[in-house]
Design a binder for this molecule. Structure first.
Ligand SMILES: Nc1ncnc2c1ncn2[C@@H]1O[C@H](COP(=O)(O)OP(=O)(O)OP(=O)(O)O)[C@@H](O)[C@H]1O
Ligand SMILES: [Mg+2]
Length: 446
């Protein structure tokens, strides 16, 4: 497709069809007209033959010779020899026994034959008739060939062609604009409100869906920004508050220590929050390709357990790890973060003397499926209400805000887990029973 303009393509096609129709019509018209003339001429020759036959049968050849006619009259014996011709001397004429009009007349009584001259500019029509005495009477006349006729009418034909081209051009331009106009008038912001062609409905529907998704994404983003600002503002307010009091001086050394600790804790919170936000945005920007490598889930779980053992101890929890080594292809810091957040939650939302069980299963190719590595983190904690199971993966979402906050949570942990598993094409599953515990399962396909 050289020219991509739809208007131009519709125009040129309509225009060509219009012009083609002109040529077809002209061709048919001339063909018919010409055949009609030819038939007329044959009819004239035939009616002339009727009274000529009388002259011949009466032996009145002199009358024939003097007859005022523009047609050529020839008389042929039944053996093909010519014995009369009103235009040339018949003695010089060759035997006509093999001429098709002669043979035709002998065979059927009458025959009509037409032949082109060598230059193709003229055509001779022959009407031959078998007489009662066995001779053949032939009358012929010349006719311009169809090409001469066309040539003769070339001026008028050209004029009609010009008119046809102009009409084709104007209507093609009108049609193309009329067809393209509804396309140009589609409102891309509200494509479904535009009155479009049936064939374009799937297209406009798709745009409408994309617009909706875009609006939704923008809404989520706006919400996220508002949440981030709010989460940052809360610790900053307390820090300013504590610092303001300390600034005035003269506070009791014990209170000074307490306030300083609070300032430190809040600053720590902010650091965690900012780090989480950075991790999430890194996972969001899929353009940043992170190096994937062969990893053992088991050894990462070990690292996490070691880091979190102290907090597990405060609740007297037992941390257990069982199963295979769980080899996957992944980004180490991202997988670490994912496991860390799952185990961290399993500890944070657990009960005193409970347990956290981590299980890794490698499942070999089953019924044509890909090999799987399944990681599950189970706890014996407070559990998650059924209605909250989707929402806990939303950014900043916490079931019990004050409780999570007192545990230092920002509500970003599970969003990081969700994004990390998505980044690795892994699927997530949550099962939970309120008051008994929860299990988070991540299924990697390898
Ligand atoms: N194992 C679990 N048992 C019970 N509730 C859980 C568990 N894991 C997560 N939740 C609930 O889901 C919410 C969201 O978890 P998420 O890890 O995203 O945030 P967080 O733990 O509050 O904060 P962060 O992980 O950022 O420190 C939690 O506040 C908690 O209410
Ligand atoms: Mg968490």
């Amino acid at each position: 497709m050289k020219n991509k303009s739809l208007t131009f393509r519709i125009f040129i096609n309509t225009f060509l069809v219009g012009t083609l129709i002109y040529f077809v019509c002209a061709f048919m018209f001339f063909g018919n007209l010409y055949t009609y003339f030819e038939e007329q001429l044959f009819n004239e020759l035939e009616s002339e033959s009727i009274f000529l036959e009388d002259y011949v049968l009466n032996g009145d050849l002199l009358k024939l010779q003097n007859l005022e006619t523009k047609n050529r009259i020839t008389l042929i014996h039944s053996n093909g020899s010519v014995y009369f011709d009103n235009t040339v001397s018949f003695e010089e004429m060759e035997n006509h026994a093999l001429r098709s009009e002669f043979l035709g007349a002998k065979d059927k009584g009458v025959s009509k034959v037409s032949r082109y001259s060598s230059t193709m500019t003229e055509k001779t029509l022959y009407f031959a008739k078998l007489l009662s005495n066995g001779d053949v009477l032939r009358i012929s006349c010349n006719q311009h060939s169809v090409w001469v006729l066309v040539l003769g009418m070339s001026q008028i034909l050209l004029l009609i062609l010009v008119i046809a081209v102009i009409i084709s051009g104007i209507s093609a331009s009108w049609i193309s604009q009329k067809i393209v106009h509804p396309l140009n008038s589609i409102n891309l912001d509200e494509p479904e409100s535009s009155d479009v062609y049936e064939e374009l409905k799937p297209f406009t529907k798709r745009i409408a869906e994309e617009n909706f998704e875009k609006a939704q994404r923008e809404e989520i983003r706006a919400q996220y920004t508002a949440n981030v600002s709010h989460e940052l503002k809360t610790p900053l307010t307390s820090i300013s508050g504590f610092a303001e009091i300390l600034m005035q001086g003269g506070t009791d050394p014990k209170i000074t220590v307490d306030f300083s600790k609070s300032i430190y804790d809040e600053a720590q919170r902010m650091t965690t929050l900012v780090n989480d936000i950075i991790k999430l945005s890194k996972l969001d920007e899929k353009s940043i390709a992170m190096e994937k490598e062969a990893l053992s889930l088991r050894s990462i779980c070990r690292e996490v357990m070691e880091v979190l053992s102290a907090s597990a101890k405060t609740k007297n929890l037992s941390l257990n790890l069982e199963g295979d080594s769980g080899l996957i292809n992944g980004v180490e810091p991202v997988i670490y973060e994912m496991i860390y957040n799952l185990v961290d939650n399993a500890i944070k939302y657990n009960k005193i003397d409970g347990s956290v069980n981590i299980k890794i299963q490698e499942i070999q190719n089953f019924a044509g499926d890909r090999n799987k590595v399944i990681l599950s983190v189970s706890d014996t904690g407070i559990g998650i209400p059924y209605s909250e199971r989707e929402r806990i993966f939303e950014r900043f979402y916490r079931i019990d805000k004050s409780r999570s906050r007192s545990l230092g949570g920002t509500g970003l942990g599970l969003s990081i887990v969700k994004h990390a598993s998505k980044y690795h094409n892994a699927s997530m599953l949550v099962t939970s029973e309120e008051g008994k515990g929860s299990t988070f399962t991540v299924v990697f396909e390898i």
